[in-house]
Design a binder for this molecule. Structure first.
Ligand SMILES: [Mg+2]
Length: 406
């Protein structure tokens, strides 16, 4: 499917007119249907298609066999991301994850239990999310869907965006997608947020846009007001170099995205917090395992978001509710789209939190009319892969992608 997006800016470019997602439905011979949501780019879809036929006859409780069947269908399949992306996710991991959620949804429906009960049970009945703040362009008139906030490219405009998101959703913490403006302007932005929201946890994520000296300068300037600093510099060794010189907590969703990478991060003391995400950390069960590994390794665990809809949000909430040490507010892009594919409209964010769905399985159902509408948009738009850097040239014709830039 393609869903209207807004031009949110980041280190490597800007969001396109639409974002791509895949909806997965799995059906049992007893008539149960499990649903899931995952990446919609070409490589991710190719992985789903190549693995799907091999899943016929699989017992929905046999997740180990799911892994074996996915690996058998996708030998040497590599990553899903374009070379211009800043990290890489393995096709076997994203494909396994995409099918695991529908199977857990089926298990929950079979047992008449919410999905979080299959992960050990919820330790909280509401999951906190932070306001995910972006610098952005105004949406061009020829793009589908509505804009939000118009152009936001100054500290004051960003503060106004933050106030509006708080008014609507009651957020109690903030994460700024940084690496967009000159670091001094991003420092000024964070200080304005601190002034306006004296007690709110604050984070900034420049996605590797800074070199180590720049990151150290930012740490000196605003380290004392940050809850944590996400991927300030690019690569494991640069993160380790920075970590050795600052007490500011460093988090990542770029240098540690597979279990194997945790060992290197520990050896180098490169990060203190790892971002979970069931879309690539081997599903909900893998994300739950990540929480336990982080507990044992004395690392913090938080939660990453890609642009997503309500099926993914429901899964994120179940995972977060069943991960005891995930005590940070999670990331979500959910407020950045007015659309959804679940029945009953979007899941409400109230006082900065989403209630754990109480129905069996995921606790959300597909609105097939909405799925058809956004599939039609996928066909009409013709976009098959995310390419933020190309998109940036429409707004800034002489744009050159450089990471790190400062
Ligand atoms: Mg990040």
């Amino acid at each position: 499917m393609a869903i209207p997006d807004v031009p949110l800016v980041n280190t490597k470019g800007v969001h396109q007119a639409v974002f791509l997602r895949a909806i997965i439905e799995m059906e049992t011979d007893t008539g149960l249907v499990g649903i899931g949501e995952s990446y919609g780019g070409a490589r991710a879809l190719n992985g789903l298609r190549r693995a799907a036929d091999g899943l016929i006859g699989l017992d929905p409780f046999h997740l180990n066999e799911l892994r074996q069947r996915v690996e058998a269908a996708l030998p040497d399949s590599g990553g899903i991301n374009a070379p211009t992306m800043l990290t890489q996710h393995q096709v076997v991991d994203t494909t396994y994850s995409a099918f695991e959620i529908p199977l857990l949804d089926i298990q929950g429906k079979h047992l008449n239990r919410p999905l979080c009960d299959l992960l050990g049970g919820a330790v909280r009945d509401r999951v906190g999310f932070g306001a995910y703040l972006f610098y952005k362009f105004a949406k061009p008139a020829d793009q589908p869907g509505e804009d939000m906030f118009g152009e936001v490219m100054t500290p004051d405009a960003l503060l106004a965006e933050a106030r509006s998101l708080v008014d609507t959703y009651g957020f109690k913490s903030f994460k700024l997608k940084g690496g967009v403006l000159d670091p001094d302007l991003e420092i000024e932005t964070m200080r304005k947020l601190r002034e306006a929201f004296p007690h709110a946890p604050l984070r900034i994520d420049p996605m590797g846009a800074w070199r180590v000296p720049t990151a150290l300068r930012v740490c000196d300037a605003i380290g004392d007001i940050l809850e944590y600093l996400e991927d300030p510099v690019r690569g494991m060794d640069a993160m380790a170099e920075l970590s050795a010189q600052t007490d500011v907590l460093l988090s990542t969703n770029l240098v540690v995205v597979e279990f194997e990478q945790i060992l290197e991060a520990l050896e180098k003391d490169a990060v203190q917090i790892i971002l979970s995400d069931h879309h690539y950390w081997r599903g909900a069960t893998g994300a739950r395992h990540l929480g336990e590994v982080c507990r044992a390794a004395r690392l913090g665990v938080s939660m990453h978001s890609n642009t997503h809809l309500g099926v993914s949000l429901a899964a994120m909430v179940h995972v977060a509710a069943a991960t005891p040490n995930l005590t940070y507010d999670c990331d979500t892009h959910y407020p950045w789209t007015a659309h959804d594919v679940i029945k009953g409209g979007k899941l409400p964010i109230v006082e900065g939190a989403v209630a754990v769905p109480v129905g069996a399985g995921l606790g959300v159902a597909l609105d097939q009319d909405a799925v058809a509408e956004f599939h039609a948009l996928y066909v009409a738009e013709g976009l098959r892969d995310r390419e933020d850097t190309d998109e940036m040239l429409k707004y800034v014709p002489d744009y050159v992608r450089v990471v790190p830039r400062w």
